[in-house]
Design a protein around this ligand. Structure first.
Ligand SMILES: NC(=O)c1ccc[n+]([C@@H]2O[C@H](COP(=O)([O-])OP(=O)(O)OC[C@H]3O[C@@H](n4cnc5c(N)ncnc54)[C@H](O)[C@@H]3O)[C@@H](O)[C@H]2O)c1
Ligand SMILES: [Zn+2]
Length: 369
């Protein structure tokens, strides 16, 4: 039986079984490999050698390691390189990198020759637990991020948590914010596991790292399968903390604030909002905050990117997000740790502002404590 996650493989070293895994999905051994400059340097030779040993024919493409690679001009250039290498519909494409490579490669695979299969080989914690799963692929438009894209499900998601050893700690915490999110929205037991083994996970120790990665990936796959096109509100719960986060990212002009950092701050706000509206009990609020207190931010970041902001401006910035409907903010709230719901009735602006104040007060107190 095909389960929602049967195409997700968590294994070290996963690349050495890529041939067998391809066979299980009926995929051919002609593969375009997309890297960014960093992942090419770190893992390129090993990946290409292993695949060639297993009888693959490969063509490699490399893009600069930055968000601006998710552009129509980069895609256009890569299409050209593929045409020149005689890549046709019988080929497939592997995205070997973080979310930038995954989104760009997925976009190219979805459109090239009207669509070729895509395989995700994520190398950041965010990509392993979030962006490589669920089939949303996109490039950016100057007027907004991720606006031009497709739903293109990966044939396989090949996750090797050992690849995270070279990832800077700031990127680890960034990914962990989505990992913790899954505990909050869907799985109390997982939340407890994260709280109990936080230090090991941050140090990338096994078996805790693999448990955290695979549980996250499976929760996302499950939610996505039940609500693929975001119609029932279930997939929207993946946006816990994100209404606040998008406002913060926008105010920082998407610079000097990682998405995961914004989401961590956003989840603190969302916990307080859930409590203020009477959905989340005080004890659960405290427990949730205790786990979020273990995140580390670069020095001065919370002050600069959150505490010093005017709260009305923050709400205004949240309202300008693309996910608004009739300028009404939609929040994902918790009624307990392990269960989220989409609250789309009106919430008084004042209550949102108070939740922001609660969160600010908590960060201030934490710093002194
Ligand atoms: N499609 C989705 O559902 C979805 C969901 C969330 C985010 N995203 C997208 O994901 C992107 C962010 O992804 P990201 O956080 O992975 O960023 P990223 O792809 O920019 O990677 C971060 C940095 O880490 C480097 N890197 C990658 N793997 C490494 C490794 N193992 N060791 C050392 N360095 C490594 C990269 O070269 C890059 O410099 C954004 O464009 C966002 O829009 C998509
Ligand atoms: Zn996110």
């Amino acid at each position: 039986m095909q389960t929602p996650s049967s195409h997700i493989i968590v294994r070290t070293p996963v690349i050495d079984s890529i041939g067998e895994l391809y066979a299980t999905r009926g995929l051919g051994k002609k593969t375009v490999l997309l890297f960014d400059e960093n992942t090419r340097k770190l893992f390129g030779d090993a990946i290409i050698e292993s695949m060639q040993r297993q009888g693959f024919r490969t063509v490699e493409l490399v893009v600069p390691a930055r968000e601006t690679s998710k552009s129509v001009s980069t895609a256009w250039k890569l299409y050209g390189q593929m045409i020149e290498a005689d890549v046709d519909r019988s080929w497939n494409l592997v995205c070997a990198g973080g979310g930038v490579v995954g989104d760009l490669g997925g976009y190219i695979a979805a459109s090239y020759y009207r669509g070729i299969p895509v395989v995700q080989l994520p190398t950041t914690l965010l990509a392993m637990t979030d962006s490589s799963i669920g089939g949303k692929v996109a490039i950016n438009h100057p007027l907004g991020k991720n606006l031009i894209g497709y739903f293109h499900m990966p044939e396989l998601v090949l996750i090797d948590p050992a690849l995270l050893r070279t990832l800077p700690s700031r990127e680890i915490y960034g990914g962990l914010s989505e990992v913790v999110k899954y505990g909050f929205i869907a799985d109390r037991e997982f939340f407890d596991l994260l709280a109990a083994h936080w230090s090991e996970i941050v140090r990338l120790e096994e078996p805790w790292l693999s448990k955290a990665v695979s549980r996250s990936a499976f929760i996302k796959a499950d939610v996505v399968e039940k609500d693929f096109r975001e119609t029932t509100g279930l997939r929207a719960t993946l946006n816990f903390g994100h209404t606040f986060a998008h406002g913060l990212e926008k105010m920082a002009e998407y610079r000097n604030l990682r998405h995961g950092e914004a989401v961590t701050i956003g989840m603190v706000c969302a916990l307080f909002l859930s409590h203020r509206l009477g959905f989340l009990a005080e004890a659960e609020l405290r427990e949730g905050l205790a786990l979020l207190a273990r995140f580390r931010f670069p020095r001065g970041l919370v002050r600069k990117r959150f505490l010093s902001l005017d709260r009305d401006e923050l709400v205004e910035s949240m309202l300008s997000d693309k996910k608004k409907i009739d300028r009404q903010l939609r929040f994902v709230l918790l009624d307990r740790i392990g269960h989220a719901f989409l609250h789309d009735h009106d919430i008084a602006n004042e209550t949102v502002l108070q939740a922001i104040d609660d969160a600010k007060g908590w960060f201030e107190e934490k710093k002194q404590g």
